[in-house]
Design a protein around this ligand. Sequence first.
Ligand SMILES: Cc1cc2nc3c(=O)[nH]c(=O)nc-3n(C[C@H](O)[C@H](O)[C@H](O)COP(=O)(O)OP(=O)(O)OC[C@H]3O[C@@H](n4cnc5c(N)ncnc54)[C@H](O)[C@@H]3O)c2cc1C
Length: 416
Amino acid sequence: MNQQQSQYLIVGGSAAGMAAAHAIREQDPRGTITVLSGEPDAPYFRPLIPFLVAGKKTPAEMAMTGCGPYTGANIVVQTGARVASVDPLAHCVSLEDGTHHGYEKVLFTTGSRPYVPPDIEGTDAEGVFALRTLADARRMAARLHQTEHAVMLGGGLLNLKAAFALLEQGVKVTLVIYSPEVLSQLMEPGDATLIRKALDKAGLAIMTGVAATGIMADASGVTGAALDNGSTLACQMVCIGKGVRPNVEFLTGSGVAVDGGIVADRYTGASLPDTYTAGDVAVTHEPISGTPIMTALWTNAVEMGRCAGLNMAGVKTVYTGTFGILNATQVADEPFVAMGVVHTTGKDCEVHQKTTASTFRKLVFDATGTRLIGAVLIGDITNAGLYRYVIREKMDVARFKRPIIDHTLHYGHFMR
Ligand SMILES: Cc1cc2nc3c(=O)[nH]c(=O)nc-3n(C[C@H](O)[C@H](O)[C@H](O)COP(=O)(O)OP(=O)(O)OC[C@H]3O[C@@H](n4cnc5c(N)ncnc54)[C@H](O)[C@@H]3O)c2cc1C
């Protein structure tokens, strides 16, 4: 069989894949590294794509080239190269175009794709989007000229980002959320009050406790969204933000263990020899409880990808896991951080909360009150790094619990 061959083959060229390629090159200056990327675009910073819709950045400004790890490092990136199947015994992958690529070690960093609920009718209409790729962002931007009103289904962070991009372009935006409040995965409804106020002030219309049942369209594309309360919203664009699903289908029949995502061991190894995994597609573990977990965060993907690259290059490196919830960002000029255990209603834990006109702080300790296990900070996010450290290291906080609660913790408190 006529096929290309690489020492290190990486399937998926984004946060995890490119971080891995870089880490391998640091350790192995000469080994051949090939990245197969299913997208037509060269690797780019995915979290920036809403800025393309907002008209604030060009694709060139989002490219990893220049600041990306592979520049000048003799890492081959093949775009439009989608892997269809893997034969771990033969150490070979087959691409959708019928070609094959052999490897000594392979890393799966195929990430995730938006989940489109099958019970909503009409999601294939023109003008329905789920913002994931640069190509999606280009298509959204191209429809702006005929969009007065956009309906966003889902109140998660990605939809909020997309909503603000549209607002900046003068589009009227309505968020339709089934949960009682925005960002329900990251905080409890009562915790989101300040963020909700900021969203209202920014001009976002928000409907809670409602779901879409269908999307109407004519020859021009989307014309409206039907809701389960019997009402209809006239609109020219619908954006679906209902979470993501891992891209694992190409592993069918390969024998590589998949349980939701690709199962990773503590050294980022997948289940068969010479196979590794990292990023959104990987099932790793939660550092506090040790339970299996999948996340969808750029920083986690880079960290795990780098760890996988080191392991592939022979530098045995343990991956210490990741919080299920770890997010530090800004919504409507309101900075916030959510990490660890944040949903506390009905749970056996100790919660300390403080609200001012412009800040909200929730600190969650375990039932014994001796370990910090979660935090939500809105408005004032100072100390977030310290809290993350305390949670991650599972520190006994007896000596500095009061400074944590009073928000006066500093590194001096860790010194004995
Ligand atoms: C709009 C938006 C905003 C975001 N904002 C933030 C943020 O503020 N902070 C944050 O931490 N995270 C954010 N994220 C999430 C973050 O982008 C992801 O967690 C991160 O990109 C995951 O990286 P990854 O390398 O694991 O996978 P991905 O970035 O999903 O990349 C996987 C790549 O593999 C390719 N691929 C899939 N299947 C195949 C195949 N069979 N063959 C070849 N290639 C394949 C895909 O096409 C894709 O290019 C955002 C995401 C989006 C969409």
